[in-house]
Design a protein around this ligand. Structure first.
Ligand code: ADP
Ligand code: MG
Length: 451
């Protein structure tokens, strides 16, 4: 990876601001899925062991710049405390004298979590003053929030202009795994795309069409492709204004020699609800009163067969309305198959909140090569876009000219640190804090468009 990581940073005794993505589901004051918290533990543990003072910061939900009590981070702090068996106090606010005092009292190896950053509208606005206050808490910045790296916010971009900025271990793993897909996938390489809306996925399909051998389409988004092929789809979810895009994608796939597999038969339901009437039909002429809700058996067989020999897979988007068990069969069958492929050595990467939920529900998450903690961020990365939260991290100096083997040695921490600050000065993507203008910050904020 071409970014410096927390392993390159000198953190002993330092105050380290760690942006994490602890945007997790909470119900009845309890964390319902702690995978994002677990995913950040290696970075936190490394810092604690190195004797850093660890200041954790995250957003939770969409409080839209106001204090929302149900979106306080206390349950998250409690869950993290259980996982790492350490105290994780959460401040009452990300700002204020009380918080500053609490941070000043921290001793090496201690952890404090700031309250939900998005209680302040300045966070999402990437306000320079807010970023400066966050930066004033620490000596070093670490971004481990891959799931938020596609947003140019104060805690992901603004702060990184004012402190030496490093990638956390989770960030490193995400970037390494996803880069592998774009740069050196072992073939055959398949992308499986499903989910609700084709409009969310057009850009990623466009980019992947230059990389993959096989494109498997399912879920609601496949309906727009069925329309593009002149089929009728009844009342099914579709985006008629994207039929042209679907047509173009199919034509490009053909030109690039990418095999496209669409559903040939589907489960249709009277309503998209539990307990409704449903049956299997060929995906040709769906009568007006039915909704497509899942793959049929033939589609499943066709897809499993197409995927049988793949060595690299990226999957985003369930292949049916998997929340309803009767319509989860296609999604489940593909998940089982991919778990087997991964077992046999294939690289299987899954991204997207609902896709990951579907896999987790089947107990298959640990079988996959990599489960991305970022839905939108992983898609934007695979679209070929540069994530603003990644750009601002310190670049690793290009490897030196090859030297005779005898002189090869690992640099000492002090040398690494010097290299880090030299890199920081030399990079063109970063501007010293003093010369950073609000206009430049705003321009950076604009690069994040996906909501
Ligand atoms: P992810 O979160 O993995 O990126 P998306 O958010 O794009 O996935 O899509 C997930 C949603 O797509 C699920 O709520 C699922 O019910 C819905 N979906 C899948 N297939 C269909 C379909 N045929 N009709 C309507 N909705 C569908
Ligand atoms: Mg989703």
């Amino acid at each position: 990876m071409d970014k410096l990581t927390v392993r390159d940073a000198d953190v002993a005794g330092k105050r380290v601001f760690v942006r994490v993505d602890f945007n997790v589901p909470i119900a009845d004051g309890k964390v319902q899925d702690d995978s994002r918290i677990r995913a950040a533990v290696p970075t936190i543990a490394l810092l604690v062991q190195a004797g850093a003072r660890v200041i954790l910061a995250s957003h939770l939900g969409r409080p839209n710049g106001k204090v929302v009590d149900s979106l306080r981070l206390r349950p998250v702090g409690q869950r993290l405390a259980e996982l790492i068996r350490r105290n994780v106090p959460v401040t009452g606010d990300a700002l204020g004298v009380g918080t500053e005092d609490a941070l000043k009292r921290m001793r090496p190896g201690e952890i404090v979590m700031l309250e939900n950053l998005r209680f302040h509208p300045e966070e999402e606005a990437n306000d320079p003053g807010f970023a400066a206050t966050l930066a004033s808490y620490a000596d070093v910045y670490v971004n481990d929030a891959f799931g938020t790296a596609h947003r140019a916010h104060a805690s992901t971009v603004g702060i990184a202009d004012q402190l030496p900025a490093y990638a956390g271990l989770l960030m490193e793993r995400e970037l390494t795994m996803l880069s592998k897909l774009l740069e050196a996938p072992e073939r055959p390489f398949a992308a499986i795309l499903g989910g609700a809306k084709v409009s969310d996925k057009i850009a990623v399909i466009d980019n992947l069409l230059t990389k993959v051998d096989l494109l498997v389409l399912g879920g609601g988004m496949a309906n727009t492709f069925l329309l593009a092929k002149g089929k009728t789809i009844g009342k099914s979810l579709a985006e008629p204004d994207r039929v042209e895009d679907a047509r173009r994608i199919l034509a490009t796939a053909e030109k690039n020699g990418v095999r496209v597999v669409l559903p040939v038969d589907v489960i249709v339901a009277k309503e998209v609800t539990r307990g409704t009437e449903y049956k299997t039909l060929l995906a040709e002429k769906i009568p007006a009163s039915w909704h497509i809700v899942d793959l049929g058996k033939q589609s499943q067989e066709l897809m499993l067969d197409a995927l049988a020999d793949v060595n690299t897979v990226f999957w985003n988007g369930p292949l049916g309305v998997f929340e309803i068990p009767s319509f989860a069969h296609g999604t489940n069958a593909v998940a089982r198959m991919l778990a087997d492929r991964a077992d046999q050595g294939a690289t299987v990467v899954v991204g997207g909140g609902d896709s990951v939920a579907a896999i987790t529900r089947q107990g298959l998450a640990s079988k996959m090569t990599h489960i991305s903690t970022g839905g939108g961020a992983s898609l934007e990365f695979l679209e070929g876009r540069v994530l603003p939260g990644v750009t601002v991290l310190l670049d690793r100096e290009p490897a030196e000219q090859p030297k005779p083997a005898a002189t090869k040695s690992t640099p000492k921490p002090a040398a690494k640190k010097a290299a880090a600050s030299a890199t920081k000065k030399a990079t063109t993507t970063k501007t010293p804090a003093a010369t950073k203008t609000p206009a430049a910050t705003k321009a950076a904020a604009k690069t994040a468009s996906r909501k």
